[in-house]
Ligand binder design. Structure first.
Ligand SMILES: *Cc1c(COP(=O)(O)O)cnc(C)c1O
Length: 357
């Protein structure tokens, strides 16, 4: 992609900012957004920041019919000395390109897009909340826009970035959740789109989430699609188990989404000299370890919650408590370390933060 000057059209009207104490996830958006277009003749072009506004698309736009779309999710944090920090944003744009490749969407220039995002963040800096535990959620995404009902990749796309101030995931402090082990629906199959952040993976998970809710559990634990035996992910998070001192997370099978929090936790644990293993782990192995008192902790990992301890497993009508439904010491230490680095409050030994200047 040729280097193209960013056009900036600032908003004349500024919206009222939501109360940081009662912020909900993803319901309010800032004053501006980023947008650029793709055509097969011109590649990605016309990068611009414009006032936040609705889109007008042809009803035949391919996104509406065949779901050719990818997205990302990351957060901007405001430090105590008023700097803007991002957490490994290069990893998000690399992953966006991996998702795009799977969905036959043209790739973006990762470095340029990070520059565009930085400009957008500087313009909407006042929207990054400072209240404890809050941040500005960043949603980059690409949609297929060609008006054409043929089942084939679009020749035109839009790449956009929208920003949403979000509240603390843990209003009452980090707390374990109950998990429903799903044995009917599966999230992703080998060779499918599980490794991509693409819309259909999420809408296809709602039925299982409804079941989990009906069983009084907060999240779904997904098993592999062929044998319904091996653990894949929990909700939209990666998952870790600590058994006999060893920290285990399912290996990237092709159907698991490669989380940046997952990757960071593996690197952090290794830097602490902990034994961390990426391998297949079955639900039977986990339940046996619980019964024998060898399962010390379990937790989900992702950008939204960072660490979400698992306090209970519900499997084929049987409920099993994990760590007496208490937050384990490893979960707590990982949560405090990662959020401390993200907020610029503690040292960043692995150089993960990116300062927007
Ligand atoms: C985004 C996502 C994750 C977590 O990825 P992070 O980069 O850590 O936020 C895990 N699983 C699924 C299905 C996801 O969509």
């Amino acid at each position: 992609m040729a280097h193209q000057a960013l056009e900036v059209m600032t908003a004349t009207h500024h919206k009222t900012k939501p109360d940081p104490e009662t912020l909900q996830f993803g319901k309010t958006f800032t004053d501006h957004m980023f947008i650029m277009d793709y055509s097969s003749e011109n590649g990605w072009h016309s990068p611009r920041i414009i006032p936040y506004q609705p889109l007008t698309l042809d009803p035949a736009a391919m996104i509406y019919h065949y779901g050719q779309t990818v997205f990302e999710g990351l957060k901007a944090y405001r430090t105590d000395d008023d700097r803007i920090l991002l957490f490994r944003p290069d990893e998000n744009f690399k992953r966006l390109n991996r998702s795009s490749d799977r969905l036959s969407i043209p790739d973006i220039d990762e470095k340029m897009v990070l520059e565009y995002l930085s400009e957008l963040l500087k313009l909407d800096k006042d929207w990054i909340p400072t209240y404890e535990g809050t941040s500005l959620y960043i949603r980059p995404f690409i949609i297929a826009t060609e008006p054409n009902l043929s089942v084939a990749p679009s020749t035109t796309y839009k790449f956009m970035i929208i920003l949403s101030p979000v509240g603390s995931y843990y209003k009452e402090g980090i707390a374990p959740v109950g998990i429903y082990v799903e044995d009917e629906y599966t999230r992703a199959a080998l060779g499918g789109t599980g490794m991509a952040k693409t819309a259909g993976n999420y809408s296809a998970a709602y039925k299982a989430q409804d079941k989990a809710t009906a069983h009084g559990q907060a999240q779904v634990l997904w098993l592999d699609s062929s044998e319904k035996k091996y653990v894949e992910e929990v909700g939209s998070m990666n998952v870790f188990f600590k058994i006999d001192g060893e920290i285990i997370t399912p290996s990237l099978s092709g159907s698991i989404l490669e989380g940046i929090t997952r990757k960071s936790i593996i690197e952090l644990l290794k830097s602490w000299g902990e034994q961390v293993t990426e391998r297949r782990i079955s639900i039977d192995e986990i339940l046996n370890a619980v019964r024998e008192g060898r399962l010390e902790e379990a937790f989900g990992t992702g950008t939204a919650a960072v660490i979400s301890p698992i306090g209970e497993l519900s499997w084929k009508g049987e409920k099993t408590l994990i760590n007496q439904r208490e937050t384990g010491s490893l979960s707590r230490k990982l949560y405090e370390t990662l959020t401390g680095i993200q907020k610029g409050r503690i040292e960043d030994p692995l150089h993960w933060t990116y300062e927007v200047k």
